[in-house]
Design a binder for this molecule. Structure first.
Ligand code: PGA
Length: 238
């Protein structure tokens, strides 16, 4: 599986933002699903810059939320949606109807899953799915062992995810479960970008692209997708 290596995280972010802008030019009403987490933040800033300078048009597209910690929402510092709203949705001045996100505080979580599944289906699948990779190989909150054929679902978090997830919060925070896009949505997405930066991601990127394709290492699913890109910086390629 080919991996494209950029000199640094900033070049990767600029390239990815331009790629999204180009997609929006050919398909202005595209359905995009972009990960939160630390890795894509520079891409969000680059995309906002393109939009603010008239080089990306986000007026007609729709953003679908990738995942969320159960019990958290956009107003909770550290949640997935908190960062997406702060770094992308608000600076882009999106209209509410351009954002489709799980309500991870809802009583009916299965209903939330079906809501997002139905929405994605109604749009003919995701035009672009941009994901990072977890330190245990997870994609979104699809933890090791999750069937590749799952659509949206509620998950019990892996211990590593609970630990690593602390970095998003200002104070120690109990994380137990999440709600997430399933890997079947990745399979059905028209295009997928897996991005990673930093030396800490080198081993998991290697396993994702060179290891066996297995549900025990969710990111390995990327090898099966006909239009997947793995874009990393020098450090993550090391
Ligand atoms: P990160 O998260 O970008 O904050 O490293 C990646 C992930 O857990 O998918």
């Amino acid at each position: 599986m080919p991996v494209r290596v950029f000199d640094d995280a900033s070049q990767l972010a600029q390239h990815t933002a331009r790629h999204i802008a180009a997609l929006l030019q050919t398909k202005p009403d595209a359905t995009l699903c972009l990960a939160s987490g630390s890795t894509p933040i520079a891409t969000f800033h680059a995309l906002v810059e393109l939009a603010q300078t008239g080089h990306a048009n986000v007026d007609q597209c729709t953003f679908v939320g990738l995942d969320e910690w159960l019990g958290f929402g956009p107003d909770d510092q550290g949640s997935c949606s908190f960062y997406l709203y702060r770094d992308l949705f608000e600076p882009l001045r999106l209209r509410p109807e351009q954002i489709q996100y799980f309500d991870a505080k809802a009583a009916d979580l299965v209903g939330e899953c079906r809501k997002i599944d139905d929405f994605i289906r109604s749009r003919g699948g995701l035009d672009l799915l941009l994901v990072g990779i977890g330190m245990n190989g997870h994609i979104a909150l699809n933890e090791p062992g999750t069937p590749f054929t799952n659509y949206c679902h509620v998950v019990d978090l892996a211990e590593m995810t609970k630990e690593v997830g602390q970095k998003y919060f200002a104070t120690p925070t109990e994380l137990n479960q999440g709600i997430t896009i399933g890997l079947q949505h990745l399979t059905e997405a028209h295009e997928v970008i897996l991005m990673a930066t930093g030396k800490g991601k080198a081993a998991v990127i290697r396993q994702a692209v060179q290891g066996p394709v297995t549900e025990q290492f969710p990111a390995s699913i990327i090898q099966q997708h006909p239009k997947a890109h793995v874009w990393v910086d020098e450090d993550a390629n090391s």
